[in-house]
Design a protein around this ligand. Sequence first.
Ligand SMILES: Nc1ncnc2c1ncn2[C@@H]1O[C@H](COP(=O)(O)OP(=O)(O)OP(=O)(O)O)[C@@H](O)[C@H]1O
Length: 254
Amino acid sequence: MIEVKDLHKSFDGEEVLKGLNFVFERGKTNLIIGQSGSGKSVFLKNMLGIFTPEKGIIEYDGKPYSHFTDEERRELRKEIGMVFQGGALFDSMTVKENVMFPLKMFTKMKKSEMEERVDTVLDRVNLVGADDKMPSEISGGMQKRVSIARAIVNQPKYLFCDEPNSGLDPTTATVIDNLIQKITHEFDITTIIITHDMNSVLEIGEKIAFLKDGLLAWTGTKDEIFRTEDKTVTDFVYSSDLFKKVRDAQLKGY
Ligand SMILES: Nc1ncnc2c1ncn2[C@@H]1O[C@H](COP(=O)(O)OP(=O)(O)OP(=O)(O)O)[C@@H](O)[C@H]1O
């Protein structure tokens, strides 16, 4: 669980986050949505310790990040998996080398143990047999799966995903969403996903934080987002054709 309390962040005197409060729950896919420029990435970077907030508290399983020693911050870094927008694989490394990278960086595992772990996660993301391929030789969807495998190989407690399905066709995007959700449940991870994709909201929005102008404008679940009459939310979500179609179908009782 990651709890954020009264988080403020400014750049050059301009306040981007204006006092956010939210609990990202363990074992759930927690989504951050909102228009471009609403502060989603800045929010994520504060949680990752890349930015330091001027005010507010970020607690990792009950412990404020500001109280962590340097050593504890390094330990925490090992417990965080990251799925970057675009995958961010190392082009010059094979699939297997990419996935093994965090183990080499953060653990003292023996080579055989690392190989076993890599095989297990590649199996988990349905990439058996792709070990020796280069990123350029596999599809965008497969690259995302490699990125997920790399993010979970060190058994993280927290998984941060920045638009994990951007650039994918809708079917592959759904496969990736469902994979992240399954892994979240299976390993009881606190997963935080920034997304623009309304289909993801419908599929895996177990807990949603809707940001507007640096404030939390609404929170709820994928079921609640359909029922809310909050105009700020409806203006945003019903600008998506997909949402309109699903809501119309629901109203007709399909
Ligand atoms: N390092 C930085 N220095 C100065 N301003 C920044 C910095 N990072 C972000 N900002 C500003 O903070 C605001 C929020 O940006 P942020 O990237 O969090 O938006 P976002 O909601 O993630 O947008 P998008 O959906 O387009 O990625 C923007 O006005 C942006 O210019």
